[in-house]
Design a protein around this ligand. Sequence first.
Ligand SMILES: NC(=O)c1ccc[n+]([C@@H]2O[C@H](COP(=O)([O-])OP(=O)(O)OC[C@H]3O[C@@H](n4cnc5c(N)ncnc54)[C@H](OP(=O)(O)O)[C@@H]3O)[C@@H](O)[C@H]2O)c1
Length: 277
Amino acid sequence: MELDASRGTDIAIVGATGKTGRAVAAALDGVAVVRRLSRSAPDYAVDLETGEGLVEALTGCRGVYFIAPNVHPDEPALLLRALEAAAAAGVDHVVYHSVAWPYSPRMPHHMDKARCEEELRAFGSERGLHWTILQPCAYAQNFEAVLTGSSSLVVPYSLDTKFSFVSLEDVAEVATRILVEGGDIHHGATYELGGPEILSVRDVVRLVETMTGRAVSINSVGVDEWMSVHEPELSPDAQQRLSAMFEYYNDRDFLASCTVTATLLGRSPTPIRALVL
Ligand SMILES: NC(=O)c1ccc[n+]([C@@H]2O[C@H](COP(=O)([O-])OP(=O)(O)OC[C@H]3O[C@@H](n4cnc5c(N)ncnc54)[C@H](OP(=O)(O)O)[C@@H]3O)[C@@H](O)[C@H]2O)c1
């Protein structure tokens, strides 16, 4: 994959030091000049709450990959701040990291992503900015510990809920293609990114046990019990948003097709078994 250097080469990743951002930055490295942005990023320290540092960090970039902090209380405000800065900096193309099924009224953080998608479409039309939306399903790497050696797993929802787990590395590879090919090709597109299998947590654990011979204990606990352990590290708003998601997962599957993922990768998406060590 080669970048058309006449449009500038730098690509900024907002949220580059988080789980998703690190994967996207690793995939883009060597293909484009990558600018890593976040509050703790050593080269491009920015704050989405205030807008501090954003215009300077984005000036000279042709594309921006926007990743919001997980379960933020007001994701649309953060996105709008970044879009204003991108427009002021002369950025050509913004790629928004959304989620599969953004319009899910029972999950406030999904609904915020639905609002962000609409803000992005409106901003693009009014301000002449190219945009693309990626909608990944749940990452396979959310279970990285159990895929790579842990012998126990506790989740606050049903072990039998089905997901189309997508590899985060596949998502990052797709993001790289979209950013490199840019707004001329991908402007106005919304791509749903599911993985190649429909599996429950129980299915994933059985697969790990069969492939490795390692016994893994799995346990589904109530949302309140899970929260009582994790409460200290979460704001009250984040607790509410995560609880709503777990309650949703307790009685609904969360699925997405891998058709678009495969097309954009130009190969079959990664199955869970390829991530088991
Ligand atoms: N996990 C999944 O299966 C999945 C699936 C689809 C979509 N998503 C979405 O992916 C997104 C990212 O999730 P993640 O787990 O990668 O998040 P994460 O690891 O918590 O990373 C969040 C990033 O945002 C930065 N950040 C936080 N507050 C900031 C601020 N005020 N200004 C600038 N940067 C800030 C963080 O760095 P600093 O703290 O240094 O600022 C970090 O780089 C979420 O919106 C989530 O909904 C996740």
